[in-house]
Design a protein around this ligand. Sequence first.
Ligand code: FAD
Length: 360
Amino acid sequence: MHERQGTVDAVVIGAGIAGLMAASRLTAHGHSVLVLDKSRGIGGRMATRRVGEAVCDHGAQFFTQRTHDFHGVIEPAVHDGAVAEWCRGFSRDGSIGADRPAADDGHPRYRGVRGMTDLPKWLAARLATQGHEVEVRTTAQATSVAVGDDRVRVTIEGQNAPAEVVEAAGCVLTAPVPQALDLLAAGGSLDQLDAHAIERLRTVAYDPCFAVLLVLDRPSLMPEPGAIQFGSDAPGPVAWVADNQKKGISAVPALTVHATGAFSREHFDVPPDDVAGMLIDAVRPWIDGDPRTAVVERSVHRWKFATPTTVLPDPFVAASWSPPILCCGDAFAGPRVEGAFSSGAAAGMLFAERLAGGSR
Ligand SMILES: Cc1cc2nc3c(=O)[nH]c(=O)nc-3n(C[C@H](O)[C@H](O)[C@H](O)COP(=O)(O)OP(=O)(O)OC[C@H]3O[C@@H](n4cnc5c(N)ncnc54)[C@H](O)[C@@H]3O)c2cc1C
């Protein structure tokens, strides 16, 4: 296909929370930014999906807010009606019945008001009002990142659109680290980058996660506040189960079931329908009656890069400073929404300062 060319200060690959925060810091400093996401919507692993009549969060389920910086973003998001407190803790014990209180450790757990994508959507809408040149483009897949003449060239393929090369002073990569390294390799750039940084990035690995969404024809038997957190290292197959109706985002009862990392690794190549059957068996105590009749619709999703199992201690890693190519996301500041937020914000801030320092 015909190739188009464009120029921008920074390209951000990924419109999850890390990418949106990096873009926010860059635009706040007056830099022009192009944010790309290969998916149809924004939010990445903060994902909400409609299944029949139900609305289900199928990636991240809630987030905490422990740092001052994140508080500064969450407070206005709560004020604008995008985010709400869900609860202050979850049952960790599957034997706890609906009549027993959940754990309360005093730390608020937040959710999007209509689903977890509400926070990324709110951040993207705020970006658009910052008054600087910023574009968030979906169904736009970066296929390579090349380096030359102290600039980066990002090749983008969209649905039914001609391939495009965008040239920029630098780039922020928020895709899972193995995929970010693939983009640099596809651009033929790896040998021009910081070899030590690339070695460190190669140590990052992720666990997969099966997510099964089950729409029910009757209320579930889940205890308040509508979720049980068994934990990613639970002995059984289930790490988490939540009722999206009790959570307050779905008009009808619908469970989100997440498998543990160990179960998901072990069953990665098993047909998804068989995996769904095993997970339905495991959550039977919270389904009222026979699942064969109570479950009216189901959907299975396999997250390949769900949770980083190696988290680097740095807020982000610079594969290069000249030009800036910064890798960030939840593999850096912690394997959760708040970690991805901090990592993206730190990368965006340092990149913005670098550009303002005249090194472009
Ligand atoms: C099943 C599951 C449950 C979770 N539960 C919780 C929870 O309860 N609480 C919590 O705090 N965290 C949870 N997490 C973790 C949390 O979702 C992540 O830490 C956080 O959302 C990561 O944000 P990010 O921006 O770093 O990455 P992502 O959200 O993954 O964003 C990266 C984006 O890059 C895009 N992308 C990738 N490659 C390309 C390319 N080549 N071109 C263009 N775009 C590209 C992707 O489409 C994606 O949108 C969970 C994750 C999963 C999968």
